[in-house]
Write a protein that binds this ligand. Structure first.
Ligand SMILES: C[S@@+](CC[C@H](N)C(=O)[O-])C[C@H]1O[C@@H](n2cnc3c(N)ncnc32)[C@H](O)[C@@H]1O
Length: 207
């Protein structure tokens, strides 16, 4: 499954489809960061948000498993430390003391088992008081239920795997790990794209 998904993302980033402007989530989260912060962008894609943060004074390490995506990012912004790897296993999360971990439209690309491992690693990699920023697809999305059913929350649409996140379950997992001040919001208008405006989940939490 992971190899097929990597191939799909490589093809996507080699095409003309990806966008390069920063997401609404990145624009909304930048004021919650400080200049000079060290952050991790997990599943950064072509680095649209990493580049925006780096150009606004934040030190960014960005990780994605797509070689194509990381090659684009390295070409466009050398200030970003771009790492090609699987975030669930990459040593980048063994480093400690990140001020922030940011992840947009990525958690839903992971299986539940991968999410569990990743979030525990995120907790370990943040400094005390550090922040976690997540934007992800959730079960209120109209796409949940479309395509080939793998489980109630997992669907394959034209070969594209998505696990729609149950908001309360993610909040409970973060709380169990020790995260505090967990704010979660589900709404439309956060991530409009072409003619779609799905309900998406945003989470901000503190270690
Ligand atoms: C929907 S894209 C989001 C990209 C970017 N964050 C954005 O908002 O435009 C999901 C990304 O997750 C990456 N990805 C999926 N599974 C991964 C994994 N296990 N480790 C690292 N990256 C992964 C894919 O290559 C893809 O670039």
């Amino acid at each position: 499954m992971q190899i097929e998904q990597n191939k799909m993302w490589d093809q996507f980033y080699a095409s003309a489809a990806p966008v390069y402007f920063p997401s609404g989530f990145a624009k909304d989260m930048l004021p919650k960061m400080e200049k000079g912060w060290n952050i991790l962008d997990l599943g950064c894609g072509n680095g649209r948000d990493s580049i925006y943060f780096a150009q606004n004074g934040v030190n960014v390490t960005a990780v994605d498993s797509s070689r194509e995506a990381i090659a684009h990012l390295r070409e466009r912004e050398p200030k970003v430390k771009a790492v090609c790897g699987n975030v669930v296993t990459d040593p980048v999360l063994k480093e400690k003391n990140y001020d922030g971990i940011y992840s947009r439209f990525f958690i839903h690309a992971l299986t539940e088992e991968q999410e569990e491992i990743l979030l525990a690693r995120c907790y370990g990699a943040l400094r005390a008081g550090g922040s976690l920023f997540i934007e992800t697809r959730c079960t209120q999305d109209e796409l949940c239920g479309v395509g080939e059913r793998l489980s109630d929350t997992e669907w394959l649409i034209e070969g594209h795997y998505r696990r729609f996140i149950v908001p309360e379950q993610l909040v409970a997992r973060l709380s169990d790990l020790g995260f505090t001040n967990i704010q979660s919001m589900c709404a439309r208008g956060f991530a409009p794209f072409h003619d779609a405006d799905p309900v998406v989940l945003r989470i901000i939490a503190r270690k």
